[in-house]
Design a protein around this ligand. Structure first.
Ligand code: OGA
Ligand code: NI
Length: 370
């Protein structure tokens, strides 16, 4: 039976099944971390350097959609600087953002509003798309249990899949309500993937790999779009929307929506990523970490629900094909100080193991690190 958090008119109390023991949910630091900006329209060698530096430092940065930003932000890259956002005398380092990435602003806005509309549909419309079959690429599900404790996470999720090169046959597997969702998704997913591929090319150039290194099987799987919906939570301090995890794919582009909630692991703390409306937050998945022999790291992050407001985020995942053998690039390995740090693994095998060991960085490292 379809149980959706977003189909309950209002939640009076947090059900016990969503309550985490305090040690499973350490509070985030008070600091909200602002993300400096990388402008993709800047000189290519500067952009390349900026993305690589930000990626190595934090594994997280942002791409902004608003052209107005390029006029406002100068220079286009500020390296991480020590700031004291929360006035506690302790400096907080800043991760990085990117602007002028080429996804039309209205395509991003339409995707965000249409996804919000989806979760406001009548319960019976949503129930029609609900499925607990984890093998189904397109489905709606809720309150997933990820850990051994059996606690549930405060999230409904609409998962949409799209093959590339894009073909419009993908559309028929997406919900037909709201009426414009299929058009909106198509106008969003094609340029968003293109931005992801361009970022990968820039990273390759910066690391000394050939620019098309990630263009084959490593990125030829379906693009998965997870629309995460976190309804207002009656007791946000005692639960989570998503557990601490590293993304399992190659590279992720995330829209936070209009309510903040993303928290990123940084030097032993959970830092709260400041909301920049319309910006993509970019982070690296496990496959990019393996392929770059750990030069680019997949960093743990989690999502906190909000006590007052519903939150909808949109995560676009670029994935390898199931058969793709993912291994450290030869160019990034040598016999001297830099031996291969990860064993070669097909994406299919990676996923099989990932499903059993869980998404924590430590357990994935244990399974795949040499
Ligand atoms: C994800 C994710 C964070 C968020 O979907 O993998 O990390 O803020 N989402 O919803
Ligand atoms: Ni994630």
């Amino acid at each position: 039976m379809a149980y959706l958090l977003s189909s309950v008119a209002s939640h009076e109390a947090l059900p016990d099944s969503f309550v985490f023991p305090p040690d499973q949910r350490p509070p985030a630091s008070a600091a909200v971390v602002a993300l400096p900006v990388i402008d993709l329209s800047g000189p290519r060698d500067e952009v390349r350097r900026a993305i690589l530096e930000a990626g190595k430092e934090l594994g997280f940065f942002q791409v902004h959609t608003s052209l107005a930003w390029s006029a406002l932000i100068s220079p286009f890259y500020s390296p991480p600087v020590a700031i004291d956002d929360d006035d506690d005398g302790r400096p907080t380092d800043r991760p990085t953002q990117v602007i002028n990435h080429g996804v039309p602003e209205d395509a991003v806005r339409d995707m965000e509003t249409c996804c919000d509309e989806f979760f406001r549909l009548p319960a019976e419309d949503k129930a029609a798309f609900y499925s607990d079959d984890t093998d189904k690429p397109n489905r709606l599900f809720s309150s997933t249990i990820y850990g051994i404790g059996g606690e549930r996470y405060w999230r409904d999720c609409l998962r949409l899949a799209c093959g590339f090169p894009y073909h419009d046959t993908a559309r028929s597997a997406w919900p037909d309500k709201p009426g414009r969702l299929r058009d909106v998704m198509e106008r969003f997913v094609v340029p968003t993937r293109a931005v992801g591929m361009e970022l990968l090319r820039l990273l390759c150039e910066g690391m000394g790999l050939r620019p098309d290194y990630f263009e084959g099987g490593l990125s030829a799987g379906d693009v998965i779009v997870n629309v995460n919906h976190y309804p207002p939570c009656p007791d946000p301090a005692r639960t989570l929307g998503l557990p601490p995890h590293c993304d399992r794919n190659l590279i992720t582009l995330l829209l936070q929506g209009s309510v903040p909630g993303l928290q990123v692991s940084y030097r032993g703390d959970w830092i709260r990523a400041q909301l920049v409306p319309g910006a993509f937050i970019v982070n690296f998945g496990h496959q990019l970490e393996i392929a770059t022999n750990g030069l680019l790291k997949s960093i743990e992050h989690r999502a906190a629900p909000n006590g007052a407001l519903p939150r909808t985020s949109v995560a676009t995942f670029i994935m390898p094909t199931e058969d793709c053998l993912v291994a450290p690039a030869e160019e990034l390995v040598d016999g001297e100080g830099n031996p291969p740090r990860y064993r070669a693994v097909t994406f299919r095998e990676f996923m099989k193991v990932y499903k059993t060991v869980g998404a924590r960085r430590e357990s994935v490292e244990k399974a795949f690190k040499i």
